[in-house]
Structures are given as structure tokens and as C-alpha cells.
Design a protein around this ligand. Structure first.
Ligand code: P6P
Length: 339
């Protein structure tokens, strides 16, 4: 429900005013991302009507067939970043390498392009034709290099260095969730005014839940500890609120968003085929881990805190256990027991 008419931009400005040294560039950058996602939302919601479905015949760095909407979302986001002037490098699931950007203008004798961004432009896009919710994920860092175009070192920072992160889920409504380190806040797009309006302030995930999200089709490939954990969740025991319910959309942003609001644990573990699982550290695990920790939840590989991982490459995969704190800790115990 929309409890007060506060737009996303007004919210980020109010947050900015709490930080004396803020220059307003992060606010402008977040506003640019919100604008890009409004444009993407228009196309996602019209995809069934115009010839933007189907495949381009190309493949992305993941070797996955690229749908036109993936390319469109990637172009909108990268072009918005290029014109905004606050970014020294853009990284995307759809781009093999990072895109370095020149300094657009000097602002009060300080460099303007002082941030870098990682995007998953349209996560879950294989679900587009089925009209299942999909999403955009973003992750923002301050650059570490001193000026000019960004470097790989600017792009490969630990998740704990993020200054802001968020996602937009294109579902029954278009919903934006972000944090800039002062809690997690949710905004519903009101298409009549074209604004994201505050509808969920200071989201906190329940410490314990009754829901687990995982692709059980991979059960036979999991470790024994992983199999034991899921078997445990499915046993009947009233004292420990079991069995849990299984909820799995197959679209990370949709599964994560439901668990954030209602409680739950989402797992994409390593298995015999994928030693590091399927999901990407820089533009899936890290931004969602930043959000979940700000919302009082937990995110790990099953062994190591996601935000402490020292990244080696832009597209590296990590196992992901994320959601209600007690559920994630319990999963970690089952994995530790197998060692
Ligand atoms: P699986 C979608 O392709 C995605 O990247 C995530 O959005 C989703 O959580 C996961 O893969 C689903 O993978 O192997 O269960 O189909």
C-alpha cells in the first residue's frame, strides 16, 4: 500500500541530505537507473504486443541464446550510464568485458565519474514468453582509481564495498527495491504519473521462515549435506514448524523478492556439474546479499559470507544461500556436518 506520496527521487534526496559530504551524484545515478528501468518496464509489458520477443540469433557471454529484450535492456542501461556522466565503468551480464567511460566534466574541481555499476539487465529472461516476473539487478561502487576511464580494479571489488544496490521486478506491478546503506525501501511504479512511489519503507525479512526456494531437479547432483538439509525441511515436525513450503519461480528476482517480503531461503548450491553453482557474484549474489543484510537477513556460499568474497573475474559464479537469517545458518550447519 502507498502510505505517503513520496517519489523515489524525493526519497534518495532525503537520504542524501543525511550525509554531509554527499555531492548529489549518487542520487542522480540512482535516478538515472530508475528512469532506465521505467523504459525497460514499458517494453517488458508490451513484449507480447510488438515483435520484440524471440531470439536475436546471437549468444551472450554465458553461451545462452539472447532474447531481444535482454539486448534492449542492456542497451538502455549502458546508454543511460554513458550519458549520465557519473560512471567510469559499466559491467553487464550481456558484456564480456567492462565498458570504460571517459570523465564527462570536472565538477567543482573533482572528477565527475566517480562510480562504477554492475547490471544484470534482465534476469530470468527465459521466462518472458510465459509472462513470468523478470527483473533488473544493479550494484554500485565508488571507483578506486584516481581519474579517467575506469579500470578492472574498479570493477572487481568485494561486495562489502558497495555504496548502493537494488533491483526492479517486472511483475503484476513494476516494483523497485534499493538500499544505499540506510535500510531497504520499496517503491511501486504508478504508470499514471510515471513515478516510483514509496510503498514499503524499511523492509525487514523475518528471521525464520517456512519457505524454501530451490530447483529440486538437481537433487541427485547435490552434496550429501545439501540433500540432508532439504530432506530435513520436508519432514513433519510441529515443534520446528516443518514441513516447509516449496516456492520456486525459476526467476531469481521474483523468488528473492517474495522471500524478502514474506521470509524464506533461496538456494542455488554447487553441484557435481557446476562446482560454483549457476549464479554470478558481481551482478546477482553481491547486490542481493547487500540488500538482504540491510534487511536483517543473511547471504553466504553455504560456507563463506558473500560480501567478503574477493572477486577474480567479472562473470564468476558462486553458490548462493540467501534469505531469513536462521534458515541460512541452519543450511550452513548441514553443509558443515558433511565435511
Ligand atoms: P534453473 C534464470 O535463468 C536464472 O539465472 C535465475 O533467474 C534463476 O533463479 C535461475 O537461473 C534458475 O535456474 O537451473 O533452476 O532453471
Amino acid at each position: 500500500m502507498i502510505n505517503k506520496f513520496q517519489t523515489f527521487y524525493r526519497h534518495i534526496i532525503d537520504e542524501e541530505r543525511k550525509i554531509p559530504e554527499a555531492t548529489g551524484q549518487l542520487s542522480d545515478l540512482l535516478a538515472d537507473i530508475a528512469l532506465a528501468c521505467k523504459i525497460i518496464s514499458l517494453e517488458v509489458n508490451r513484449a507480447g504486443l510488438i515483435d520484440i520477443l524471440g531470439f536475436t540469433g546471437d549468444e551472450n557471454v554465458q553461451g545462452e541464446a539472447v532474447k531481444k529484450l535482454d539486448v534492449y535492456a542492456n542497451d538502455i542501461l549502458t546508454n543511460t550510464m554513458k550519458s549520465g556522466g557519473h560512471i567510469c565503468a559499466v559491467c553487464s551480464e550481456e558484456e564480456e568485458e567492462f565498458i570504460p567511460l571517459e570523465d564527462k566534466y570536472i565538477l567543482n574541481n573533482s572528477i565527475s565519474n566517480k562510480y562504477i555499476c554492475h547490471f544484470d539487465p534482465l534476469d530470468g529472461s527465459s521466462n518472458i514468453e510465459a509472462n513470468i516476473s523478470i527483473g533488473t539487478i544493479f550494484s554500485i561502487y565508488k571507483r578506486v582509481s584516481q581519474g579517467g576511464p575506469g579500470t578492472l580494479g574498479d570493477c572487481l571489488q568485494k561486495g562489502i564495498e558497495q555504496v548502493a544496490a537494488g533491483y526492479v521486478v517486472y511483475g503484476s506491478s513494476t516494483f523497485l527495491v534499493y538500499s544505499a546503506g540506510q535500510g531497504v525501501h520499496g517503491f511501486t511504479l504508478d504508470p499514471t504519473v510515471g513515478e516510483f512511489l514509496l510503498s514499503h519503507e524499511n523492509i525487514q525479512i523475518p528471521k525464520k521462515s517456512k519457505t524454501y526456494s530451490i530447483n529440486e531437479g538437481n537433487y541427485c547432483k547435490w552434496s550429501k549435506g545439501m540433500q540432508n538439509f532439504i530432506d530435513y525441511l520436508k519432514e513433519e515436525d510441529k515443534d520446528t514448524n516443518r514441513p516447509y513450503s516449496s516456492r520456486y519461480v525459476g526467476s531469481l528476482v521474483a523468488d528473492f523478492h517474495r522471500n524478502l517480503l514474506y521470509g524464506g531461503i533461496f538456494i542455488y548450491p554447487s553441484d557435481k556439474k557446476n562446482k560454483n553453482g549457476k549464479l554470478r557474484l558481481m551482478y546477482e549474489a553481491n547486490p542481493l546479499a547487500y540488500i538482504i543484510e540491510q534487511a536483517g537477513g543473511r547471504a553466504s556460499t553455504g560456507k563463506e559470507r558473500i560480501l567478503e568474497i574477493e572477486p577474480q573475474t567479472l562473470h564468476q559464479r558462486v553458490p548462493l544461500f540467501i534469505g531469513s537469517e536462521e534458515d541460512v545458518m541452519l543450511a550452513e550447519k548441514f553443509l558443515a556436518a558433511e565435511e
